[in-house]
Design a protein around this ligand. Structure first.
Ligand SMILES: [Zn+2]
Length: 251
């Protein structure tokens, strides 16, 4: 069975679906925010890199005010650090911080499935099954799409609880997890399986809350575990040398 991933260069932030309301066109701030978010999560902007407001404004053809607002939003999401008198920098979480973020995510995802177990209506069940089929199809032909859909799956579950605060916290946490995986995970790795998503959905439909929670727990642990454990392995001499060599060329 093809696998999709939560390790996610671009995936966690799909088009947001607001049930019951028409999709509004994004504001300029939202567009700049989203573009920067993608660039950070896809690691086109390196962790620790400085993000000057005027450069962002010039690049996107917007004012510094809009650049500042976008940076503020990214800092709330944990993707940007704002330093007083020094400006904005791409966040660079340590491995320990990365582990902490995954602990929080596991807790939030548990809450989501415990609330949904036995409470999904027919429309929601149809939608979730269709999402799983889409993930499976994408997994076979388009890795980026598969990764995006895998991220969307988690946020969509949260939205189905109808708890806006839970959606907000999970969205932020998933963004941070993506950054952590981008920094410490393997590039383009395949970390989470569609079969695991399917088992979770079947448990939810059967009203088995505890089972769904355990499956979700295991699922997130897998995603985090593989990426974060790997980075604890000692680096090869070649890796260490090339990293020092690149520091020399930067200095
Ligand atoms: Zn997943």
């Amino acid at each position: 069975m093809p696998k999709a991933a939560d390790h996610n260069p671009s995936g966690t932030h799909p088009k947001r679906r607001k049930t019951g309301t028409a999709m509004k066109t994004p504001t300029r701030t939202e567009k700049v925010h989203e573009a920067l978010r993608q660039a950070i999560i896809e690691q086109q902007l390196s962790p620790g890199a400085r993000l000057p407001e005027d450069m962002i404004g010039d690049s996107f053809g917007t004012s510094r005010t809009i650049a500042r607002e976008a940076l503020l939003r990214l800092s709330v999401e944990g993707l940007v650090d704002l330093m007083p008198n020094r400006g904005a920098f791409v966040a660079n979480p340590t491995l320990d911080e990365g582990r902490d973020i995954f602990v929080v995510r596991r807790g939030l995802e548990r809450m989501v499935v415990l609330q949904l177990a036995g409470n999904l209506n027919a429309t929601q069940i149809t939608e979730l099954r269709r999402m799983l089929d889409d993930e499976e199809m994408a997994g076979a032909r388009d890795e980026r799409e598969a990764i995006r859909l895998a991220g969307e799956f988690h946020l969509r579950l949260a939205e189905m609880t109808g708890n806006k605060l839970l959606v907000r916290y999970l969205t932020e946490t998933v963004s941070r997890c993506s950054l952590v995986l981008t920094i410490y995970g393997r590039p383009h790795s395949v970390d989470c399986g569609i079969d695991e998503h399917r088992q979770i959905i079947e448990a939810l439909i059967a009203g088995q809350g505890d089972k769904a929670a355990d499956l979700m727990d295991h699922h997130i642990e897998q995603v985090a575990g593989r990426a974060l454990l790997e980075s604890r392995k000692p680096k090869s001499v070649q890796d260490v040398l090339s990293s020092y060599a690149s520091r020399l060329s930067q200095g």
